[in-house]
Write a protein that binds this ligand. Structure first.
Ligand SMILES: Nc1ncnc2c1ncn2[C@@H]1O[C@H](COP(=O)(O)OP(=O)(O)OP(=O)(O)O)[C@@H](O)[C@H]1O
Ligand SMILES: [Mg+2]
Length: 447
């Protein structure tokens, strides 16, 4: 039995130090500048990253202050992600997410345990968050699903100005349709479909009769509350009225969820998702007391809220010509993404496919390439940028499937035996190069 008192919803700026921050999202401090441990030389432009010799965009050092111009044309967000290793001519490799030649913003990161996926991911987030100036003044936002408390450490939180949200009394209401505009009827049915889908995929064993009960309960709950904003408790009450004392699986699942009070029990305490998602938000899925199923459920709820938020975004026009630049609104990060990809929730696929129109991308990290392809869903298609760390059993066919064509046996062997932080990098202007990715701890000079 879960003791709800064991965990609290904390929007925590303390970096996992155990000292809860203020229970409000509206007082987020700006990111603190982090001193770098050593000055860095300007990377040399490379074949893989064609640029005139006037390049001045590099790692975000104090000296360069994120100047992002190549010649005269603004470059948008573009930063160094790694350097070549070995005996050849040294090269630096860049990610250029603002460039519309990169058709999708989505990024795949793959690699065995401890190969540097999280360090690389944190470095990417760090570089994105320092690039507001190159993004029409907007700091790209991140919604981070943290399964292992990797993103709750003070050094990371302080360097990017993140908020950590623990799964208790999160100030959101799943049944809030304020972003649905005129389509309230369809949105209500959307909530029904979503709940049924989640219960079926995560918990299993939900039949047609129960699905119908749930539909009736949700629709009645919307009608029964004066403000049109029911909570899970209201849905549960309506469900109970339908089934009487014949308690069934959906009832007990919903009842457990309501008891956990993951979200605020009173609809009046909830805020719209667009206000909640105000910057870098880390959802601490590893918080004590929440089981695997609740974790997955929470993740899917957030995916749906994020998807709705995305669809409400204004599609900003591209600017410039060469390069043509997009505006980046936000990124979704799912580390340990196999936890959710295996369920084939359509919402994740839709975010991956449609995100580009809204300046939205997803970053999915997992141990094996096989995780990115389930029987029903091929998540690799909309992932156009890849960082492939050491994967012991990787095959040429798997690499081919993510766009690394014509990879010979020797390259496959090298991928299998790469050292920590080394990876095969691919993006629209880098066809697949071995490099040592720059880990977060080197960027911020910490431990
Ligand atoms: N401050 C630091 N100084 C030096 N090396 C570090 C530091 N922090 C992390 N590392 C290195 O980074 C490696 C782990 O990287 P990371 O946590 O990114 O791996 P991962 O691929 O995410 O692992 P997992 O699959 O377990 O999540 C460690 O093994 C360690 O070698
Ligand atoms: Mg990791």
């Amino acid at each position: 039995m879960i003791n709800v008192g064991d965990f609290r919803m904390i929007i925590d700026n303390s970096g996992g130090s155990g000292h809860p921050g203020p229970n409000s999202l509206s007082h987020r401090p700006p990111p603190k500048p982090i001193p770098l441990n050593e000055p860095r030389a300007l990377p040399t432009p490379t074949d893989a990253s064609p640029a005139p010799p006037t390049v001045s965009e590099v790692l975000p050092t104090a000296a360069t202050k994120q100047t992002q111009t190549l010649g005269t044309a603004p470059q948008g967000i573009r930063f160094c992600v790694g350097k070549s290793y070995g005996t050849g001519k040294p090269q630096s490799y860049y990610l250029h997410p603002s460039n519309t030649k990169l058709n999708q913003l989505n990024i795949g990161i793959v690699g065995d345990l401890g190969t540097g996926k999280t360090q690389l991911t944190k470095a990417l987030i760090y570089q994105f968050t320092r690039a507001a100036k190159q993004n029409r003044g907007h700091q790209p936002k991140f919604l981070i699903f943290d399964h292992k408390r990797d993103y709750t450490k003070s050094e990371f939180i302080e360097s990017v100005g993140a908020h950590v949200v623990k799964p208790h009394h999160i100030p959101l209401n799943l049944f809030d349709l304020s972003q649905a505009g005129d389509h309230v009827g369809a949105a209500r049915l959307g909530r029904v479909k979503f709940l049924n889908d989640v219960l079926q995929k995560i918990y299993g064993g939900i039949g047609p009769v129960q699905r119908n009960h749930l539909k009736t309960a949700v629709l009645r709950a919307y009608e029964s509350v004066p403000n049109g904003l029911p909570t899970l408790r209201d849905v549960l009450r309506e469900y109970e009225e339908i089934v009487g004392d014949k308690v069934d699986a959906p009832y007990s699942i919903l009842s457990d969820l309501a008891d956990l009070e993951i979200f605020v029990p009173d609809a009046a305490d909830a805020i719209p998702f667009r206000d909640f998602f105000a910057g870098i938000v880390v959802i601490d899925l590893a918080a004590l007391g929440i089981g695997e199923k609740e974790r997955n459920m929470l993740l899917v709820i957030f995916l749906n809220l994020f998807y709705e938020y995305m669809q409400g975004l204004e599609k900003k026009p591209y600017v410039g010509d060469s390069p043509q630049l997009r505006y980046i609104d936000s990124m979704l990060l799912v580390d340990e993404a196999d936890n959710i990809m295996k369920f084939n929730f359509d919402v994740l696929r839709q975010i991956l496919l449609q995100g580009r129109e809204f300046g939205v991308g997803a970053l999915l990290a997992s141990q094996y390439l096989s995780h990115f392809k389930t029987r029903e869903t091929d998540y690799t298609e909309p992932l156009l940028t890849w960082f492939v760390h050491k994967v012991p059993n990787v095959t040429a066919r798997e690499l081919d499937a993510i766009g690394l064509n014509n990879v010979g046996p020797s390259m496959v062997e090298r991928v299998k035996t790469q050292d920590v932080h080394q990876c095969l990098f691919k993006t629209f202007d880098v066809p697949g190069r071995l490099m040592r990715g720059i880990p977060f701890f080197e960027l911020v000079g910490g431990r």
